[in-house]
Design a protein around this ligand. Structure first.
Ligand SMILES: [Zn+2]
Length: 80
């Protein structure tokens, strides 16, 4: 059996907690970045009325804005 002081046990539990919080934070940042990349892949922002709409992946490169009918090109959104 491993003998450990109470203060060492508290430090170990706190370190585990800090590592867990950091891991969750990094995982959340990674997940949000993936979601943003996916949103930008399927989203098109109209260059005339500034309306943002989503399209399917297999649609042609030029789509029509549902609000004003302007032809817009895929991939026009710049990454942040
Ligand atoms: Zn439009």
């Amino acid at each position: 059996m491993i003998k450990i002081q109470l203060s060492e046990l508290i430090v170990v539990v706190m370190m585990i907690g800090v590592c867990l919080v950091c891991a969750l934070w990094i995982w959340t940042l990674w997940r949000e970045r993936r979601r943003e990349v996916y949103r930008r892949r399927i989203a098109i922002q109209c260059r005339i009325c500034n309306c943002t709409y989503a399209i399917a992946k297999k649609t042609p490169a030029v789509t029509q804005c549902p609000a004003c009918g302007t032809q817009n090109q895929r991939g026009a959104l710049d990454p942040i």
